[in-house]
Write a protein that binds this ligand. Structure first.
Ligand SMILES: Nc1ncnc2c1ncn2[C@@H]1O[C@H](COP(=O)(O)OP(=O)(O)O)[C@@H](O)[C@H]1O
Ligand SMILES: [Mg+2]
Length: 379
């Protein structure tokens, strides 16, 4: 594991010293694995699903075979096979027992193997029919099934399988997964409505077959403690109040917290003040400004107006209520509803449930939300 450049890394997993909390979530994942229970992991983007999977893998240690694949870039079963084969052969060389078996399977399909220019990692490119893809994926699972160590496969951005041209890929996968005893799965995904549909809709093959783990924001107190500790290690002083300000501005959304903290620590020699983080925050917004103007271009006036209104209120429970509409001068409820749907579709606004099962809405991109506030003459 490479040591990251900042104590607040923005990509990859760098070990428990760089990882805050998630103790309960980790416990649940570990207990699912010990109990041979499949897991569905869902959360908004950038809250920490991928990092949590790697944290779990770290804790599982050498006693387990751990395979991670991110299927966001895949568009078919053939791509899924490529991703899985690549993960297998980059982890197991041909000299190892598993590696040898996987190579045998892949070689018969005439792969093109390329090597990453930077880190030399092999990349498998196969061209297979859907039938061959399914057969080979099952054969790879069969190799894993025979291992003496238990196996955990994490499939990240799992909702992407809904985009495959092969219909009912989830039905096929469910039937394969069901037969495995030595191989456990974690299905992780960001698009919550799709993930929820895949696993909680009675008409779907994966219905109730997994334990659902939904991750939220890291608790403010433990995040503050973690941040104070990371600054202390670098001998940069920061007060608890300033940390709270940072956590408020980033709305505790993990990636944004990490981003702002890493900018702040990289530009501070001794002491962080309120002024320090605010200066960095403004710089970050300035860097993103062209993206935000791009959104404005893309949206109708009504959608843009609603976006600003949601930014102002931060969390909105009743976007079609007359109170909300009047206060933000948004016209009528049906326009608001239409705009809201479109903003959700574009992933500019998210829809969430609170502990009591009530729906609320917020701006997905924290930076966009802050930028809208900054530009808003009413603030
Ligand atoms: N518990 C954590 N402690 C510290 N940093 C974290 C933690 N969880 C996630 N991160 C960081 O936050 C960012 C977003 O996390 P990621 O796992 O990529 O989110 P997701 O997969 O949900 O989109 C990454 O930079 C990651 O390193
Ligand atoms: Mg991720």
């Amino acid at each position: 594991m490479k040591t990251p450049q900042t104590p607040f890394p923005l990509t990859g997993y760098h070990g428990p010293e760089f990882f805050c909390d998630r103790e309960q979530e980790l416990e649940q994942l570990l207990s699912n694995i010990r109990g041979n229970q499949l897991t569905t992991l869902v959360a908004l983007r950038r809250l920490g699903k991928t990092a949590l999977i790697h944290h779990l893998f770290h804790h599982l240690g050498k006693g387990y075979i751990k395979i991670y694949i991110d299927i966001l870039p895949t568009e078919s079963l053939n791509d899924l096979l490529n991703q899985l084969s690549t993960a297998m052969i980059s982890q197991y060389s041909e000299r190892s027992n598993i590696g040898k078996r996987i190579w045998q399977l892949i070689r018969s399909l005439r792969p093109v193997i390329s090597y990453d220019a930077l880190n030399g990692a092999p990349q498998v490119m196969l061209k297979t029919t859907p039938v061959e893809s399914k057969k080979t994926i099952s054969e790879i699972f069969a190799v894993l099934e025979e291992q003496s160590k238990p196996v955990v496969i994490a499939i990240d951005e799992f909702q992407q399988i809904l985009e495959y041209p092969e219909k009912q890929t989830d039905a096929w996968l469910r039937s394969v997964v069901q037969q495995l005893r030595n191989v456990n799965f974690i299905f992780s995904g960001s698009q919550q409505h799709l993930m929820t549909d895949l696993f909680t809709n009675p008409a779907r093959p994966f219905f109730r077959s997994t334990s659902l783990l939904k991750i939220g924001k890291i608790d403010a107190e433990s995040y503050a403690e973690f941040i104070l500790g990371q600054f202390k290690k670098q001998a940069v002083s920061i007060s608890a109040e300033t940390v709270t300000e940072i956590l408020n501005w980033t709305n505790l959304h993990t990636w944004y917290v990490q981003l702002l903290c890493s900018k702040v620590i990289l530009t501070t020699e001794k002491t962080v003040t309120s002024g320090t983080w605010k200066k960095e925050a403004i710089k970050i917004l300035k860097e993103q400004e062209f993206v935000f103007y791009g959104y404005r271009e893309m949206l109708t006036k009504a959608q843009w107006g609603l976006l600003k209104a949601i930014a102002r209120d931060i969390t909105v429970y009743q976007p079609t209520s007359s109170e909300f509409i009047a206060r933000h001068q948004l016209g009528n409820a049906s326009t608001v509803l239409q705009s809201l749907r479109s903003l959700i579709d574009k992933e500019l606004v998210y829809r969430e449930l609170n502990e009591n099962g009530e729906t609320y809405y917020g701006i997905y991109d924290i930076l966009l939300g802050q930028w809208l506030l900054q530009k808003d003459p009413r603030q």
